[in-house]
Design a protein around this ligand. Structure first.
Ligand code: TEU
Length: 574
């Protein structure tokens, strides 16, 4: 019997603070803006609110570069606003979790300023410093060939102290040295205890498997002889002391509170390895995000060199990460959007005007039938779609996409074909798509802000068609469908949240049919991932009478042999 814990049955709603709601007209979202929407969130059927980094930051990576863990970024508000938000959530029976970003800080954090000030500074060892290597001709080279997530070397030269420091992400995001116990203590106190003592209910843990890098930091294997820096995930993910650090984090901090943790676990394909993080007896993390589903269609070596993906691959990865906890004491997550991804309707289905609502509802139906804790990203509940293809690169703001675009333009001497290819990748996979202002209504800037000069990020051209105000009263809207599905997920929580998953007809590239079973209860979920009608093939393995529980098409009674374009149905098998 699976343990019933609040964070297992709860639905999480992720808020990106810069883009949710601006309350003071400066063009940036803020905490009072979020507080003003708390009843909207509750009414949607949400149990846990997760806010992406709202800490003081120079915003090179939208707050994932933290200058001070104990301060709120001034345009977002102040610490007291988080206390109000906690209280408002708790009053409504909801929980609040924050983002814990402790693989790195901003280079403007006091700790780093001290660390870089001198080799003799007591905090020198709080970050990862290494001497240069020298080529035969005397050229100075970084300590290894690792490629940063945001292009270029992971090493930045410090002229004053004549050493390099490590940054897996931007050069403004130096990596903390977790080998040093004093660093870990400071992280626990400043980034965690400070907020938990204010009533926060846990954390989404950023890049949780990168803290332990080992001592040696060897070169990554050469994959592209033409370039020096190489993708090197295998060299720094899941390092030797990772599990020890997480156990310590629980003993030292988390166990004192009733918390949840959800860790980001990129580049960890082995189910056995993931289980080591999420088994409940060996307490490390409550659950993790495993990224196979959102990696579909990304270039294998360079993300924005997009590749076609197949429905059979999606089925395979969903099936893998739905099933791996069976018979164990571990737990899993279900998600298909976050602030680092293109919108699911545009990536997995069809965002053309005639199909986008139908396919948004189908994805809602699919997600709500999945085992694990469900995560919904702001705007997903109204079927927001990727930025228009007509937008030039100058509308994009994300350090990752712009970094890659610049690398390719330099490397190819602005070859139009290469740049067009990258642009296509960004139009599909860019992180900015999820960061556009939330579309509240059809007033200027989608009701996100009343700033005369607009929002910090351009509002989607389609905000008059896709917005909350329009969808709220409409029983046929994407939003109403999400609400219905979220309440159905609660009603059938055994099957949907805790059931065991089985995929059928796995090679079919048009339809996705899976079953969920819990004790004697069983349901079949059938989804059509195409615009044409597809035959609903009932799995031979399943016997019993099919009773239609829900469809995203209005006038369907369940006896129809054919699934309509982007139709999804759930049948109870009795
Ligand atoms: O992302 C970490 C991560 O694993 C990256 O691979 C990320 O998924 C990648 O940029 C997508 O191509 C987290 C945050 O979610 C992201 O917003 C931050 O930029 C990053 O950490 C650094 O803190």
């Amino acid at each position: 019997v699976t343990e019933r814990i609040w964070w297992k049955d709860g639905v999480v709603y992720q808020i990106y603070p810069s883009s949710y709601k601006d309350s003071n007209g400066d063009g940036w979202g803020d905490l009072p803006g979020i507080i003003s929407k708390i009843d909207y969130i509750k009414d949607l059927g949400i149990d846990i609110v997760w806010i992406s980094p709202m800490y003081d930051s120079p915003q090179h990576d939208m707050g994932y570069d933290i200058r001070n863990y104990e301060k709120v970024y001034a345009p977002y508000g102040e610490v007291a606003d988080i206390e109000i938000l906690v209280a408002e959530c708790h009053k409504r029976g909801m929980k609040l979790i924050l983002d814990l970003v402790v693989n790195h800080t901003s280079d403007e954090h006091e700790w780093f300023k001290e660390s870089r000030s001198s080799k003799l500074n007591p905090k020198r060892d709080w970050y990862i410093w290494r001497p240069a290597r020298y080529a035969d001709d005397g050229t100075r080279m970084p300590p290894n060939n690792w490629l940063s997530f945001f292009s270029g070397s992971t090493w930045e030269w410090d002229e004053d102290t004549q050493e390099y420091y490590l940054h897996l992400f931007a050069k403004q995001q130096p990596d903390l040295n977790w080998e040093n116990p004093a660093t870990r203590r400071a992280i626990y106190d400043s980034a965690m205890e400070f907020w938990l003592s204010k009533g926060v209910d846990g954390f989404r843990v950023d890049t949780v498997n990168m803290y332990s890098k080992g001592e040696h930091l060897p070169d990554a294997p050469i994959v592209d002889p033409a370039v020096f820096e190489q993708p090197a995930h295998g060299m720094f993910c899941n390092g030797p002391r990772m599990h020890e650090f997480l156990r310590e984090m629980n003993t030292e901090v988390l166990n004192k509170y009733d918390t949840v943790t959800v860790g980001e676990l990129p580049h960890t394909p082995s189910t056995d390895h993931v289980l080591r993080y999420v088994g409940s007896r060996d307490k490390q993390l409550s659950m993790v995000f495993q990224f196979d589903i959102v990696d579909l269609g990304m270039g294998k070596t360079y993300k924005y060199e997009a590749e076609p993906w197949k429905l059979s691959s999606m089925k395979q990865v969903i099936s893998k990460w739905q099933s791996f906890i069976e018979g164990t004491d571990g737990w899993t997550t279900a998600f298909c959007e976050n602030h680092d991804q293109g919108r699911s309707v545009s990536r997995y289905t069809n965002d053309s005007p005639e199909w986008r609502e139908q396919s948004a509802k189908m994805l809602a139906l699919m997600m709500c039938a999945m085992t694990g804790t469900l995560f919904v990203y702001q705007g997903q509940e109204i079927g927001m779609v990727n930025s228009p293809k007509s937008w030039p690169i100058s509308e994009y703001k994300d350090i990752e996409a712009l970094g890659y675009y610049k690398t390719v333009s330099e490397r190819t001497d602005n070859d139009p074909e290469a740049l067009a290819r990258v642009m296509k990748g960004i139009q599909l996979l860019g992180r900015d798509h999820a960061r556009l202002p939330m579309q509240w209504d059809s007033t200027p800037y989608a009701g996100f802000t009343d700033c005369k000069t607009g929002a910090w990020m351009r509002t989607h051209d389609l905000y008059k068609e896709i917005n909350v105000e329009k969808q709220l009263p409409d029983p046929r809207s994407v939003l109403s469908f999400w609400k219905k599905m979220l309440s159905m997920r609660k009603q059938y929580k055994d099957l949907f949240i805790h059931g065991s998953f089985e995929g059928y007809d796995m090679q079919n590239e048009k339809t996705f049919v899976f079953g969920k079973t819990f004790g004697k209860a069983k349901c079949i979920v059938a989804l059509n991932f195409s615009t044409e009608e597809q035959k609903l093939v009932r799995p031979r393995e399943v016997s019993g009478k099919y009773e239609l529980l829900v469809s995203n098409s209005e006038d369907v009674d369940g006896t129809e042999e054919m699934l309509r374009g982007y139709e999804g149905r759930v049948y109870l098998v009795v």
